[in-house]
Design a protein around this ligand. Sequence first.
Ligand code: SF4
Length: 362
Amino acid sequence: MLRPADLLAWYDRHRRDLPWRARAGGTADPYRVWLSEIMLQQTTVATVAPYYERFLARFPDVAALAAAPEEAVMHAWAGLGYYARARNLHACARAVAGQGGFPCDVEGLRALPGIGPYTAAAVAAIAFGVPVVPVDGNVERVAARLFAIAAPLPGAKPLIAAAAARLGADAAARARPSDFAQALFDLGATVCTPAAPACGVCPLLAGCAGRRQGIAAELPRKAPKPARPLRHGAHFWLTDGRCVLLRRRPPRGLLGGMSELPGTPWRAERWSTAEALVHAPMQAAWREVGEVRHGFTHFELHLAVFSARVARIEGEGFLHPADALAAAALPSVMRKCAAAVSAPPAAPARGSPRAGRAGRAG
Ligand code: SF4
């Protein structure tokens, strides 16, 4: 029989010490819970922790975040990826500051920018003690195994969510909704792990149908994913030895508002060198110095990286000190391009060594 009280007792002994978590018996700060939940989407705890600490030092509360310029927020976020989240984070902070604090129920939270059903449930349960079970990847896995749900994801999501809600409806879980949600997170992260669940030390072993049926490690099953399409582009490192030319991406859309090296649009066909150099920011002795590969959620990107050193930089954009790129709001894919430039040089660019004056890339 499944006994949520056993999970809570286990949590009291084994809870993880995380920077955004309240102490045992303490009250969670909704700002910290919300911030950590947004950062943790698609990202691991180990990656998020240092970003979270820096972000919190810079924006200690929702009023400070709301009052900050968008550029400062994007800069503090740079490297975490999924930049629409940073823009929504900022918009949400402004909405929350405008209404004098976070709403304390799921519906009110759900109405805020960038807060989906999961995050609304997580903040409501953890910060406000609302008896709901937020279903993230860890909880999905634990619930699928406990109830031996063999139907594949994503179709099985409603079944799994209903199973998690059944678990949360138990009286012990309802008495401690914040701890119960976090106990499920911790069980999934440390015991009921994806490849090798440590059932021998699991507090829910006695009631686990997946374990009983010998299928726990295979769950949750997943429907095969369609292959991600491949896109190609080229970007240009233009320096005078001190500065490098950067430009700002459009405010909306993928990597919106972030800085980047000037480059071509990204498209399905590979760019020939001659085609790519049409998009170079100025005429120069361009050298192809490497290729960068980067995975976005919906597509894979391969970028040719070109480099040139000139006496005087021309072209649209702005100059940034080349030795202080850590301070620029560059997304990870552009940091990879910058790193490719410092790798040993490749052969001169195919085709003409001097590019014609370029138009601007889109
Ligand atoms: Fe996961 Fe095993 Fe515990 Fe079942 S018994 S919840 S499969 S760790």
